[in-house]
Design a protein around this ligand. Structure first.
Ligand code: FO1
Length: 314
């Protein structure tokens, strides 16, 4: 089994390549749920949906989220009733949130609902939410405490970041199968996702970091920062706000205690020696791979996945 830690858009794009290189039945994806939000009385799990829609081939590729060709009549109508419409939920996307919320209210867990949605799309990968309990990511700003989606989408990242909190994380148990997927894996991949708000919440779930330190499997991470900037999203603003250096080196340092392989983009070739120096035990060097990590098309996604798998299983 290959276990993958995933956020949203960057992870989903990488997974499109990985499923061409590794048999989907062999892949377990542990997905961040810190971005989850309740809107219009519905439970929305953006990262889970982004992964499922992308692997199902129905995602809006230009945005990386939502369903291609979706319409927005339901949201327009809700707007007439005075509901906030800043989070662009399409009509077909709404069906997913209605279905999820309906089953959650009947007592299903988020794991069970996610598996049911996965099966509806005939996906053979295993998709596990990191936890079944709500752990919203909160961004501390001088405008007060904002839900991550309010910070990102509603306020368009305009507020300087003073801190990040995963509310309730201390009491959140890993979802069934999460720790086993790490401990029993043949190889583990940390996707090129935001290290603070996508991978950070997964690592903060009880027992996950310890399992990563303990597992016999090699662990590879792909830098989401290229040339000191994210390809998409607020990683730079969040890292700066937390007093961290905005660089691939800093990302490797955040994973230092469990990392075996770090994948840098060609642009960051100059960081190789610095990242290699992060190894904690001399007998277990940190291998740094330099390759093209910018996934323009399927060919690049497959090539990146192939390169990572080659290193992971060598
Ligand atoms: N991102 C936006 O920038 N604007 C939106 O209106 C928006 C709506 C949306 C609806 C469903 C969904 O699954 C994702 C959506 N996203 C939107 C993306 C999302 O906010 C983030 O990209 C992820 O949470 C980050 O991983």
């Amino acid at each position: 089994m290959i276990t993958v830690l995933a956020g949203g858009v960057g992870a989903a794009r990488f997974l499109q390549g990985l499923v061409q290189v590794v048999a989907p039945q062999e892949i377990t994806i542990i997905v961040n749920t810190g971005d989850d939000i309740e809107l219009h009385g519905l439970h929305i799990s953006p990262d889970i949906d982004i992964v499922i829609y992308t692997l199902a081939g129905i995602v809006d590729e230009s945005k990386g989220w939502g369903i291609q060709g979706d319409s927005f009549h339901c949201l327009d109508m809700l707007g007439k009733y005075g509901h906030a419409t800043w989070f662009m939920l399409g009509d077909r996307d709404f069906a997913t949130h209605i279905y999820r919320t309906h089953l959650l209210r009947q007592g299903w867990s988020l794991s069970q609902v996610t598996d049911s949605i996965r099966r509806a799309f005939n996906l053979e990968v295993r998709i596990l939410p990191m936890t079944n309990q709500p752990v919203p990511t909160l961004i501390l700003t001088d405008q007060g405490i904002l839900h991550f989606q309010e910070y990102l989408v509603q306020r368009k990242m305009q507020d300087p970041v003073k801190g990040v909190q995963f509310k309730g994380i201390e009491d959140a148990d890993p979802a069934p199968g999460v720790l086993e997927a790490i401990l029993e894996a043949k190889g583990i991949i940390i996707c090129p996702s935001n290290p603070i708000i996508s991978i950070g919440p997964i690592l903060a779930v009880k027992g996950v970091r310890e399992a990563l330190r303990k597992t016999q499997a090699r662990i590879a991470a792909i830098s989401p920062l290229v040339g000191g900037a994210p390809l998409k999203g607020p990683a730079d603003r969040l890292m700066r706000g937390l007093g961290l250096e905005v660089s691939a080196y800093q990302v490797a340092q955040l994973y230092q205690d469990f990392l075996d392989i770090f994948v840098l983009d060609q642009i960051d070739q100059n960081l190789v020696t610095k990242v290699e120096s992060l190894r904690t035990q001399p007998e277990q060097p940190l291998r740094v791979i330099v390759t093209d990590t910018i996934m323009r098309g399927l060919k690049e996604k497959i090539e990146l996945a192939r390169r990572v798998m080659e290193e992971l299983l060598r």
